[in-house]
Design a binder for this molecule. Structure first.
Ligand code: IMP
Length: 477
């Protein structure tokens, strides 16, 4: 991969997402993890999912930065101050590393990160997870309630875990808020104890550490989670996560000044995009039918859709294998019915949640939203997953929202507005297999034209275009 020229003389690189998450930035993050001395996450928790390859086997990390697999090379991995950490979930990720023989000696956990406790998870599952019960479709990991406690100044930080009296006092205070739930403080503390002991050796003042590492000239990768349109600060409120997963939020979540980032890269799926959970999605294929169908969650998972459409598959250790270019999938993608097209793209691109297995909602890439994101995250973009659309007869990009007789090219976070508007798109000719293309001029002309139009409209620049899962399948401009 010819990314060397991009990182020449750079010290801090951020790889974040400018849509609703799941933009497939893992491959690029892995590349920069190789390059970096320090890999740090600043926001979110185990609501994220990132696939890494350990000894030829795929593993999904939820909390640990992907650079953890390079720990034995002395790379430092940091869970930053802005994160929400479930000690039990973190320990089970460490257990998996133990099983795989991957070391984590250089792991650092911020003393200031907030702690997810069982009552947060219970609250999240009761109120925010089920879309049928009016929730926003959260991942049910307790992220929202944990951050709500942080903002309400009753949160528990990692360093509180090491002072038993303070911990019990703080849990007692927080549990008053969760009056309807089990609140035996002693029981909560005794369940936490084994995890506290296990994590203790890794807890640090990571803000001071990262400042020191920066001054020493260490190369730092900031690994984003979720995406700008899910940010509590800039996303489609209230259908958002609870951290600010913008570029600025990510930098703040590790305690660095925004001015040090010299290569801020934002991942954007192109020419289709996805969203999981509830919330407006102007370009969604199949509109509210798709939203309702996907709200059923794992009921409509990959196995269900493969069986429904007679596509052969095998299952090994919970993973599903099938031919993503199976003729039935191409037929679905090229259907005249938009909802069916969405299913086809979902199957072609394997768009099922790494954390929850839910089907992801599918729509065409929204340049109006991307222009908004460029304004906040900066204009250097990584376009991902274009290869997944190989075989589609046409694709579309939305450049305008129509609202009755009026139209606009400006995004708004307002749910009513986003649900009212209909996308106005340009249709482009589809393309055959582009997997593995390494040169921009090797891309089909219609895709080059779409990328050019997208750059012009958003004011951004597609500096990296991914054309497949392998590292080599990457165009760097
Ligand atoms: P929470 O982060 O679990 O509170 O969920 C809030 C919203 O963000 C829900 O719509 C989730 O589906 C969505 N969400 C959270 N994490 C991710 C992610 O990593 N990718 C995509 N969507 C996410």
């Amino acid at each position: 991969m010819n990314l060397e020229k991009l990182v020449n003389k750079k010290q801090v690189v951020a790889v974040i997402c400018s849509q609703w998450g799941d933009t497939g930035k893992g491959k690029i993050v892995d590349y920069f993890s190789d390059w970096a001395d320090v890999i740090a996450r600043g926001t979110g928790g185990n609501n994220a999912g990132h696939t890494v390859v350990v000894k030829d086997e795929q593993r999904i990390l939820h909390l640990l930065p992907s650079g953890i697999i390079h720990d034995s090379d002395g790379k430092i991995n940091i869970l930053g101050n802005g994160m929400a950490i479930d000690p039990k979930a973190l320990c089970s990720e460490l257990d998996e590393l133990d099983r795989d023989g991957v070391s984590y000696d250089n792991l650092m956990i911020s003393k200031d990160a907030h702690v997810i406790l069982p009552y947060h998870i219970m609250e999240d599952r009761l109120k925010h997870q089920s879309q049928e019960k009016g929730g926003i479709g959260s991942t049910g990991r307790g992220i929202g309630p944990c951050y709500a406690d942080k903002v309400s100044r009753r949160g528990i930080r990692i360093e509180d875990l090491f002072d038993k009296d303070r911990l019990a006092r703080k849990i007692r205070k927080a549990s008053e808020f969760y009056a309807s739930q089990e609140k035996d403080v002693d029981e909560i503390v005794s369940c936490l104890n084994p995890f506290i002991e296990r994590l203790k050796p890794f807890v640090r003042n990571t803000v001071a550490e990262i400042h020191g590492l920066y001054k020493q000239g260490k190369k730092i990768l900031l690994e984003g989670a979720q995406g700008l349109l899910l940010s509590i600060e800039h996303g489609t409120d209230p259908f958002v996560t609870s951290s600010d997963c913008s570029l600025n939020g990510t930098v703040s979540g590790v305690g660095l000044p925004a001015t040090v980032v010299d290569l801020p890269l934002s991942a954007v799926k192109f020419p289709f995009m996805t969203r999981v959970g509830a919330g407006p999605f102007p370009t969604e294929l199949g509109g509210s039918d798709s939203e309702k169908y996907c709200a059923a969650g794992i009921e409509h998972n990959a196995v269900y859709e493969l069986e429904q459409h007679a596509i052969p598959f095998t299952e090994k250790e919970g993973k599903i294998f099938y031919a993503h270019n199976h003729p039935n999938i191409l037929d679905l993608m090229n259907s005249q019915d938009l909802f069916t097209q969405g299913i086809g793209i979902r199957l072609a691109a394997g768009e099922y949640g790494a954390t929850t297995k839910r089907p992801r909602r599918i729509g065409w890439t929204d340049a109006v939203a991307a222009k908004y994101a460029v304004g906040i995250n900066g204009g250097l973009m990584i376009l991902t997953k274009a290869d997944c659309l190989s075989g589609a007869e046409r694709f579309r990009i939305c450049y305008e929202y129509k609202n009755g007789d009026s139209s606009t090219t400006d995004f708004s976070r307002d749910e009513g507005f986003l649900r009212r508007v209909s996308p106005s798109c340009i249709t482009y000719k589809g393309y055959d297999d582009i997997s593995g293309v390494k040169e921009y001029k090797g891309l089909p002309l219609s895709l080059q034209k779409a990328i050019g139009d997208f750059e012009k409209f958003t004011g951004g620049k597609a500096v990296i275009i991914s054309t497949g899962a392998e590292r080599g399948s990457t165009i760097v401009r």
